[in-house]
Design a protein around this ligand. Structure first.
Ligand SMILES: Cc1ncc(COP(=O)(O)O)c(C=O)c1O
Length: 375
């Protein structure tokens, strides 16, 4: 993995003479699907490195729509599926073009790290809303979200499946969100990048399908990049779910679309259309890793096994460490995780563990964590 050159495996250092295990950034340690690799090879062989033609955008939009229709019961009109280089660009464009300058962005925390810093770069204050524990699971704090909108916030970031906790929100929770947002005339950035990584037992419900209201105020973003492990190919999708937004995007989305990589579009089309079996194999494998995590005995750490995503939340507050837990476990276990504090104030004392490894490597990582706990 180190020789392969990925970011995940490039942290310099060691722990008690052992190499570090990369378990932070959201990439998988698995080779890409043949159909995806073929699409990139065909791009090189055919010199398909020019600007993006409409036909390839249309193919990708059709492939995205068909995949979403088959997997999630919503096949959006392909003309409303637009290319972007990545979900972060979709977020930036949504904030710029669908919210008022100066209006706050509401972010349930812990959250995907860049959502904490990017709003300020776009002249939007951030309101962190810590997720609450309800019925043994982390849930959205609707009252706090309501208050933030009453104070003038313009946009809620709704990541589902949720990074870093792995929660998949159910229809009732999403309907309650839609009601609050609609009452305030606000918007939702529905980040559904992890949707294809929903495990059996949970069901991904696209936020835009919850009600007419949610379709009217959502801008949905997704990508093949998490589920097919291609973030470096720079291609994601924005899905518009009402005519006014589609028109607004046509008038304002050019800059956001411009950075989309042509080979990334071809690879994404191949992923959605021709690499579904590969995805199912990966899901089955990840499910085995989830079982390994669920069975791990890590005294003092509360483990949240994900319902979606390959990211597990480890609450280490019970250990009473006097340093960030990720620093402790990098040094003592040689397992490099994302520190919870990087996910917002509510994440302090926690860690995000990426379980998308070869199973023996995950077993070793868990073993090292357990050993560090005993020391
Ligand atoms: C929830 C979530 N949103 C967005 C991103 C970033 O995606 P992109 O590389 O397409 O900007 C990630 C990456 O891990 C993520 O987990």
């Amino acid at each position: 993995m180190r020789a392969g050159g990925s970011w995940k495996w490039s942290t310099v250092g060691d722990s008690h003479g052992r190499g570090l295990i990369g378990a932070f950034v959201a990439e998988m340690d698995y080779p890409v699907a043949d159909a995806v690799a073929d699409a990139v090879r065909t791009s090189a062989d055919g010199s398909r490195f020019g600007y993006l033609p409409d036909g390839w955008v249309a193919d990708m939009a059709a492939a995205t729509s068909a995949f979403w229709g088959d997997r999630f019961g919503w096949a959006p009109d392909p003309s409303c599926v637009r290319p972007v280089p990545d979900v972060l660009t979709a977020f930036t464009a949504t904030v710029r073009h669908f919210t008022r300058p100066g209006s706050a962005v509401v972010l349930p925390t812990p959250a995907y790290m860049p959502f904490l810093t990017v709003p300020a770069m776009l002249d939007r204050p951030l309101v962190q809303v810590p997720m609450a524990r309800a019925g043994g699971r982390l849930a959205l704090d609707l009252d706090a979200i309501d208050r933030a909108f009453a104070d003038g916030a313009g946009l809620l970031v709704l990541t589902n499946p949720h990074n870093p906790t792995g929660r998949v929100f159910d229809a009732d929770e999403l309907a309650a969100v839609a009601e609050v947002v609609e009452r305030h005339g606000a918007r939702v950035f529905a980040d559904e990048i992890h949707a294809p990584l929903t495990f059996s037992g949970a069901r991904h419900r696209p936020y835009a399908t919850i009600s007419a209201a949610s379709a009217g105020h959502a801008v949905t973003a997704t990508s093949a990049s998490k589920a097919w492990n291609t973030p470096g190919l720079k291609c994601g999708q924005v899905i518009l779910s009402n005519a006014a937004d589609a028109e607004h995007w046509t008038a304002n989305g050019y800059l956001a679309e411009h950075g989309t990589a042509t080979p990334g579009v071809l690879a994404s089309t191949a992923a959605y259309r021709d690499a579904r079996g590969w995805l199912d194999d990966v899901l089955a494998y990840l499910d085995g890793n989830r079982a390994l995590l669920a069975a791990a005995d890590l005294p003092g750490i509360e483990v949240t096994v994900p319902d979606g995503t390959y990211l597990a939340w480890l609450d280490a507050r019970g250990l009473g460490l006097d340093e960030p837990p990720s620093a402790f476990f990098t040094r003592e276990a040689g397992v490099v995780m994302t520190d919870g504090a990087a996910c917002g104030e509510a994440g302090r004392g926690g860690m995000r563990l990426n379980i998308a490894m070869a199973r023996p490597v995950l077993a070793e990582a868990l073993d090292r964590i357990r050993t560090a706990l005993r020391a």
